[in-house]
Design a binder for this molecule. Structure first.
Ligand code: FMN
Length: 196
């Protein structure tokens, strides 16, 4: 099991604009998605949906981002619009990670369905890293933009959880410093005293 722990402890994101070709093959992506759908999922709802965006579809996504920006912020400058439209061109592959939420489920509230989808995204990050690829999970204003959601066929109740930018790391990655995990961990045995 130690190799798994080593892989977990080595994982880190790769900047989107340093990701180059090749992207994973379809056979490799099949493994990545197999890992994704092993995420914990209360009620076996399978809320996750994955949309592959590559080649000229990245330009199309940029146009959708740009149109969304113009609609929500009519005063956006041409430079702002152009910069946003170029975002998807940074990496050879983007996976839009979507949650199709059952909003009236008797036991599983929407937040749990979004969390499950986020866990699927983490499995994908780990699988990609194990296969030798780099990736970074990004949101930004387009994630919450109704126009962009519509372009993926989502309803208001649904969510774009994030965009996974994927490729081969184009440069050596420095290992980042990480905080000591212990700073976030404590025993709990009784309610924490809070000011009334
Ligand atoms: C839901 C979600 C959305 C994120 N969105 C952004 C983002 O828009 N921009 C960004 O720089 N990092 C974003 N991050 C953080 C990166 O994915 C990444 O964790 C960060 O760059 C630190 O790198 P590391 O994963 O190696 O620690 C997001 C993370 C999550 C979980």
């Amino acid at each position: 099991m130690q190799p798994i722990i080593d892989a977990l402890l080595a994982r880190q994101s790769t900047k989107a604009d340093t990701l180059v070709e090749p992207a994973p093959s379809d056979a490799e992506l099949a493994e990545v998605f197999a890992a994704a759908v092993r995420a914990p999922d209360h009620g076996a709802i399978r809320p996750w949906r994955f949309r592959l965006i590559r080649g000229t579809a990245r330009e199309e996504l940029g146009r959708v981002f740009a149109e969304g920006l113009k609609r929500r912020k009519p005063e956006a400058t041409a430079e702002e619009v152009q910069a946003l439209a170029a975002k998807p061109l940074r990496s050879p592959l983007i996976v839009a990670v979507l949650a199709e939420v059952m909003d009236k489920h008797p036991k599983v509230p929407p937040i749990e369905q979004v969390v499950a989808t986020g866990m699927a995204a983490q499995n994908m990050l780990l699988a990609l890293e194990a296969l030798g690829y780099g990736a970074v999970f990004l949101s930004g204003p387009p994630t919450y933009d109704p126009w962009v959601k519509r372009a993926f066929g989502l309803a208001e109740k649904d969510a774009i959880v994030g965009f996974l930018y994927v490729g081969t790391p184009g440069q050596e990655r420095r290992q980042k410093k990480r905080p000591e995990a212990g700073a976030f961990v404590a025993e709990w045995s009784a309610p924490v005293a809070v000011e009334a």
